[in-house]
Design a protein around this ligand. Structure first.
Ligand SMILES: Cc1ncc(COP(=O)(O)O)c(C=O)c1O
Length: 376
């Protein structure tokens, strides 16, 4: 074995893990006991701050951090909040919506997928129709920013429909919460999941669920897994402020620092401003070079952008990626099913100068690959 990473970080234009500030990384140089009072206080403050960010009163909502990546948080909600005779409607327009349905299928949970095209937001009339004609749905799930394309789905409108049918509403806000304002009351959200390593600019290690206490209270005994039992995790935290099983202490300490930095930036709106600017510079610059975008402007988020891979004999994503990586910039492969795309994220500890530097590297790379997109 030998060290395979260098001291010089590459700049990550990905949907996570992301480039983080040096102070967030430095916070990890702390060994804390998971049952120690200092760590318990860190967890308490994180839970409290996340409620504030979602504009949630502690009388109505609670925060339950879960060890593991974002998918673990989603699986915790799906596996432990739907009763044995429950029925889940998943509104899917991308890979992460499909993943929610896959989790339900693995768990043998009665699930119907309302599948839309990836380049459009879900059809609200269709949702209404499905809920009206298929009686028996108890839960509805949707992804807020479908990172597959970068599209933003209308959770407030969907939440209103879900409320009319008296279902519980679950939103995967993995790649939006922290940088896109979400008011959980206004959207009638019962369960929202996000994670440490996206718009909060922390490091990977845990996800968290913001749950309506009234809904969560009624889920005792529904869990289909021990470690992902959301109710028991919540009960443990409420009882003594501790995780049931070993928490990722270093990730939580650095997340605490990341929350301080979010506040210093002006909270969600301050962060949104920076990401939006990053996105605008990126889109204008890529269009100037000759790239086309997958989504129409009205559907695009400032989180991540899908670009269509150019139809040029010399273009090959793997070598394009490798050239950029050699220059110190990491982009992301595409995930849409009906087009050949690649993705570039605007989130993380990235600023205007980073986007301009990436654009120069893209232009230099194309020149090296002998690709001129200006005439295509
Ligand atoms: C919208 C969305 N949901 C779920 C996930 C899965 O999260 P993780 O890879 O942390 O398990 C991601 C990851 O990018 C995502 O963007």
């Amino acid at each position: 074995m030998k060290t395979i990473y260098s001291n010089k970080d590459k700049v990550l234009f990905t949907p996570g893990p992301l480039t983080t500030s040096s102070t967030v990384k430095q916070a990890m140089l702390t060994d804390l006991g998971s049952r120690d009072i200092a760590f318990i206080e860190i967890v308490r403050q994180i839970r409290q701050k996340l409620l504030e960010i979602g504009s949630c009163s502690p009388d109505v909502y609670t925060v339950v951090p879960m060890q593991g990546s974002g998918t673990f948080g989603i699986e915790a909600v799906v596996s432990s909040t739907i009763p044995p005779d429950g029925k889940l409607l998943v509104i899917a327009n991308g890979a992460y919506g499909e993943r929610i349905a896959k989790i339900a299928n693995v768990l043998n949970i009665n699930c119907y997928v309302l599948r839309g095209v990836e380049e459009k937001t879900p059809d609200l009339d269709e949702i209404n129709k499905v809920l009206k004609t298929n009686l028996g749905f108890t839960h509805v799930a949707v992804v807020h920013c479908e990172t597959t394309t970068g599209i933003i789905n209308p959770i407030q409108e969907i939440g209103g429909i879900v409320r009319d049918f008296n279902c519980k509403f679950f939103v995967d806000a993995m790649s939006s919460f922290g940088a896109v304002p979400i008011n959980l009351y206004d959207c009638d959200i019962d369960y929202l999941v996000s994670s440490s390593n996206k718009c909060f600019e922390g490091v990977p290690g845990f996800s968290f669920v913001i749950a309506k206490t009234e809904a969560l209270e009624k889920t005792q005994g529904y869990a289909r897994s021990l470690s992902l039992d959301l109710f028991s995790q919540w009960q443990g935290l409420e009882r003594d402020g501790q995780f049931r099983f070993t928490p990722p202490t270093h990730a939580l300490v650095s997340f605490h620092q990341a929350l301080i930095e979010l506040e210093a930036e002006g909270g969600v709106s301050g962060r949104a401003l920076r990401y939006r600017k990053n996105h605008e510079i990126l889109v204008d610059g890529m269009k100037d070079i000759g790239f086309e975008l997958y989504l129409q402007p009205a559907n695009r988020s400032y989180i991540i952008t899908s670009f269509i891979s150019p139809n040029h004999l010399n273009f090959d994503f793997c070598s394009f990626y490798q050239h950029l990586s050699n220059r110190g910039y990491l982009i992301y492969p595409g995930k849409v099913s009906n087009a050949n795309c690649f993705r570039i994220g605007s989130i993380g500890y990235l600023f205007k100068l980073d986007i301009h530097a990436l654009l120069s590297a893209v232009q230099d790379t194309l020149t090296e690959m002998q690709i001129d997109l200006s005439g295509i």
